[in-house]
Design a protein around this ligand. Structure first.
Ligand code: BYC
Length: 380
């Protein structure tokens, strides 16, 4: 349950709202990440129900001869009824393009995100740590595949998306342009980066586009293990030798603000949020999710015995949320534009891996063609 083994098991907030939750004794919201798993389960139930329900009293969508106004009205009714748009349904071009942009960026992030942690597979401090990290990095490859597959249902091929990434024409998450300097960074990535990813991604389980929502349910379940392993690494280090505790604190100091920046620009500067929320692709704004993440981390940091590097972090009774220092959004923009500490290295590594993997793609293609030819022979 998202690394909450060490949490005070008294959190009893509602699971529907973003910033809700009552403050426990000592101040601060008690909403822990286990609520996020409850939300994933609720989203999964809602998805099943959506599949069985009819929209706006209609048993089927508009017929083949429907004009664009009729199709658009039906699309709007599906969105308003919180039902799912499926690949064969009519959708506005902007909706399709926005989904391709976001899902591709998300898929690329999973694949590029393997690099900072992959860097530590051969140096993990024990066989068990190595096996766990290997499994986590493999999961990320799988998440990339689910997401590329979801994007393909929108009529764009995975090859095209990969080419756009390699050409620097599509983005991936800013966070993966920071270096992993010590073993504690693997813990901080799990706790903070995967924690931020989960907070951002759980609402995507309710995204209006069916294939993306379904992929996110599976991804969020797997991410729970990732966040938990990071939290456990940091807990071990924070309760180890003084040097290990210093290493854990240093990693948290370096990853805190980049993790806050992962949620994107502040709402006032977010170009896509409003339209994405109208289409129910996004359910909450960047700032709402960032606040939820901060509120979740404060209590966990205190259980870890580590400090969050923000002297102005304090509980605001009136807002029922923590006040905190915003990340440096100019730095976020520089990193997004390609000028972060590791952008060039990450892109070069991905291009090299793609080129070195050409023979695997060719072999798979040749095998698929051989199989197809055999099937044709059998059928003839
Ligand atoms: N990094 O209008 P906005 C993971 C871009 S996977 C880079 O607010 P939107 C993990 C944004 O694309 C983590 N670019 O955009 C994996 C837009 O540019 P364009 C990835 C960013 O879409 C492995 C412009 O800034 N998660 O965690 O409404 C191991 C304006 O932004 C960033 C996802 O992709 C950023 N941080 O909201 C471990 C989740 N922020 O496209 C962990 C799905 C913003 O106009 N994506 N930009 O050129 C989303 O939820 C949303 O796309 C975002 C941005 C919240 C990221």
């Amino acid at each position: 349950m998202y690394g909450n083994d060490f949490n005070v098991p008294d959190d009893a907030g509602e699971s529907g709202s973003v910033s809700g939750g009552s403050g426990p004794a000592g101040g601060g919201p008690s909403r822990g990440p286990s609520h996020l798993l409850d939300e994933v389960a609720a989203a999964e139930r809602a998805l099943r129900e959506a599949g069985a329900a009819s929209v706006a009293g209609q048993d089927a969508g508009p017929g083949a001869e429907a004009d664009e106004d009729e199709l658009r009205r039906y699309f709007d009714a599906v969105i308003d009824a919180d039902q799912k748009i499926e690949p064969r349904d009519w959708m506005p071009t902007g909706y399709r393009q926005s989904l391709i942009r976001q899902i591709a960026q998300h898929a690329h992030s999973e694949i590029i995100g393997m690099q900072p942690e992959g860097n530590w597979i051969s140096r993990a401090p024990s066989l068990q740590r190595k096996a766990i990290l290997l499994a986590k990095v493999q999961d990320e490859a799988g998440h990339g595949l689910y997401l590329y597959a979801a994007a393909e249902t929108l009529g764009v091929s995975r090859d095209t998306l990969v080419e756009l990434l390699l050409a620097g024409r599509q983005k991936y998450s800013s966070i993966f342009n920071y270096p992993t300097l010590t073993w504690a960074d693997v813990g901080a990535i799990g706790w903070l980066v995967d924690g931020a990813a989960i907070v951002n991604q759980v609402p995507l389980c309710r995204c209006s586009y069916g294939p993306y929502a379904r992929a996110m349910i599976r991804i969020c379940k797997e991410e729970s293990f990732h966040q938990r392993q990071g939290y456990e690494i940091l807990h071990t280090l924070a309760h180890g030798t003084p040097e290990q505790k210093v290493m854990a604190q240093d990693a948290v100091d370096r990853w805190w603000y980049p993790s806050l920046a992962m949620f994107g620009p502040p709402d006032a500067d977010s170009t896509h949020s409003q339209q994405s929320m109208t289409w129910r692709i996004k359910r909450f704004s960047n700032d709402e999710l960032r606040q939820r993440f901060v509120d979740m981390c404060v209590q966990q940091a205190s259980v870890l015995g580590l400090d969050l590097p923000d002297p102005d972090l304090r509980w605001n009774e009136q807002r029922q949320a923590y006040d905190y220092t915003q990340p440096d959004y100019d730095e976020l923009m520089r990193v997004i534009k390609g000028d972060g500490p590791c952008n060039r290295q990450r892109a070069a590594h991905r291009r090299a891996a793609h080129a070195e993997g050409a023979w695997v793609r060719e072999a798979a293609q040749a095998y698929a063609e051989k199989q197809a030819a055999r099937m044709r022979e059998v059928a003839a």
